[in-house]
Design a protein around this ligand. Structure first.
Ligand SMILES: C[S@@+](CC[C@H](N)C(=O)[O-])C[C@H]1O[C@@H](n2cnc3c(N)ncnc32)[C@H](O)[C@@H]1O
Length: 295
């Protein structure tokens, strides 16, 4: 198990879903993300891992999957997701740190990570963790915030911004909020045995003036067209990547699901209100429909 524990951007108690999405004037961003996901997601599968699921805004968009694990570090975000989506066997709610994923290797046939990598101070470690949980051939849909976007390039050219959008290191524009260079993302994915199948650039018109003066339907249609240039160049503030897990990998041990994030042991013993690691003795609570592997 990794000893490294980079800091986590806390959403505990946050009203992110309401203030940012439901009442935040972001209908355009939401609509164009739906289009990108429809283009990239496999039609279906058996078990999907949604990393940084938040309040479950995107979860209903993955309906083709038999079961979905919603993983988030914030318990209150997961409570909101559970209240929206319901406590059905289709959804498994897991509070855990992406840097210490509590799953046996090779468990999932797909994973998504939308608007979450931008909180990762160590994105390579996060991607390595994700890859371990995936079967060979699994699909991974990753969204990242792109530092090499037109607005940043213009601002840099006009000397209104100090950091260069052309350099490959991440830029931390606010505490634990990072923009990444597409080349760096491609390199990290390749290093972790992901093969990129398709890239879509998204949210090209994420500028207040456009959103105020151009009808939503037009903006969405224009973005839908522009998304398709994503394999050629990436100049939009958001990029969606479809990658396939390639190379060596394990298929999960029959019947095993959780792995101890403390010592790496599996399988764990499940009791009604907890999950127990027989190797290190850690007890991970299961309360109100949420497994808790933090701590
Ligand atoms: C900007 S929200 C995005 C939520 C959702 N994916 C969406 O697009 O609506 C980022 C989410 O990532 C979660 N998060 C941040 N760092 C995390 C970590 N290290 N492990 C697990 N979740 C994390 C936060 O709690 C938050 O819910």
């Amino acid at each position: 198990m990794t000893e490294e524990r980079p800091p986590v951007c806390s959403y505990e108690g946050s009203d992110y879903q309401t203030s940012f999405w439901d009442q935040g004037g972001r209908a355009y961003e939401d609509r164009v993300e739906v289009i990108a996901l429809e283009r990239l997601m496999p039609a279906g599968g058996s078990l999907l891992l949604e990393l940084g699921a938040g309040a479950g805004r995107n979860t209903p968009r993955y309906q083709g999957f038999e079961r979905i694990v919603l993983l988030d570090y914030s318990r209150t975000q997961l409570c909101q997701a559970r209240d929206r989506l319901g406590d059905t066997p289709k959804y498994i709610y897991v509070a855990a740190d992406i840097y210490r994923l509590p799953f046996v290797p090779g468990l999932f046939d797909a994973a998504t990570m939308i608007r979450t990598l931008h909180h990762m101070a160590n994105p390579e470690l996060a991607l390595r963790q994700v890859r371990q949980t995936l079967q060979p051939g699994a699909t991974f849909i990753l969204e990242f915030a792109n530092k090499h976007n037109i607005k940043a390039i213009v601002r840099y050219a006009l000397r209104r911004q100090e950091w260069s959008p052309f350099s490959q290191e991440p830029v931390e524009f606010a505490e634990l909020n990072f923009d990444f260079h597409p080349k760096a993302i491609r390199r990290w994915l390749g290093d972790n045995r992901f093969q990129i199948e398709r890239q879509l650039t998204v949210s090209h018109f994420r500028i207040e003036w456009f959103k105020r003066h151009i009808p939503l339907e037009w903006l969405v249609r224009m973005d839908s067209l522009a998304q398709q240039t994503g394999n050629l160049w990436q100049l939009a503030p958001s990029v969606f990547v479809k990658a396939i897990a390639v190379g060596e990998g394990v298929t999960a041990l029959e019947g095993a699901f959780f792995r101890c994030p403390e010592c790496g042991h599996y399988p764990l013993q499940e009791a009604p209100a907890e999950v127990v690691c027989s190797s290190c003795g850690r007890i991970w609570p299961y309360q109100d429909g949420i497994y808790d592997f933090r701590g």
